[in-house]
Design a binder for this molecule. Structure first.
Ligand code: E4P
Length: 217
């Protein structure tokens, strides 16, 4: 499963990219607003930090407007992936861009039928929002299972990008279901490294090692 980080904070992206575990980045208008930076400038910087897809979201709601914005965004770098909402105009835009060879991430997916439409529109990625789904009394991970089943039934090449990930269990369940990608905030990715028994084990080994009076090298 590929790991994307869901942030526009370039310091966090740089740091996580050094771990070698980062396969891409997702942003959205809220994350750009949080960064306080110019959209084009920060997206360009992010595209230079990772070689994988960097999702940059259009804000127009009509197809023509989305295409105009996408033209600007896709000039930023070869690894820009245009993010469009799951609407009729969004899917029209998706079809047009993917036929041109541009990567497209269809976002704000909350049903398996929506995911089916996105795959038929040729989306590179579909982003079901599991955390927001859970928040509204639905089962986010059941949505991922349904989409996996449908995509496998028809051999769709669209990758399932699990979004709105809130905790490590979302990551674990996504991997068990066979999602292609998950995108999570930096804090959740950092949580994946942690285990109390790992910390305790290191502490014990170091205490015993100190008793030997030895040094390596
Ligand atoms: C995905 O591409 C979105 O940017 C993101 O995962 C939204 O997550 P949120 O529900 O925590 O805002």
């Amino acid at each position: 499963m590929k790991f994307f980080v869901d942030t526009a904070d370039t310091a966090e992206i740089r740091d996580l990219a050094e771990s070698g575990l980062l396969d891409g980045v997702t942003t959205n208008p809220s994350l750009i607003a949080k960064s306080g930076r110019d959209f084009i400038e920060v997206t360009k910087e992010i595209c230079g930090l990772v070689s994988g897809p960097v999702s940059a979201e259009v804000v127009a709601l009509d197809h023509e407007g989305m295409m105009r914005e996408a033209e600007i965004l896709r000039m930023i770098a070869d690894n820009v992936c245009i993010k469009v909402p799951l609407t009729v105009d969004g899917l029209k835009t998706c079809r047009k861009l993917t036929l041109d060879g541009t990567m497209v991430n269809v976002t704000l997916c909350f049903s398996a039928n929506q995911a089916l439409l996105a795959a038929k529109a040729g989306a590179t990625f579909i982003s079901p929002f599991v955390g927001r789904h859970d928040d509204n009394g639905f089962d986010g991970m059941a949505l991922i299972s349904d989409i996996r089943l449908i995509y496998d039934n028809y051999d769709f090449a669209t990758e399932i990008l699990v979004a709105s990930v809130r905790h490590p269990i979302h990551v674990l369940e996504s991997a068990k279901i066979g999602a292609d990608v998950m995108t999570a905030p930096p804090a959740v990715i950092r949580q994946l490294f942690k285990h109390a028994l790992t910390d305790k084990g290191i502490e014990g080994f170091l205490a015993d090692w100190a008793k030997t009076g030895q040094a390596i090298g």
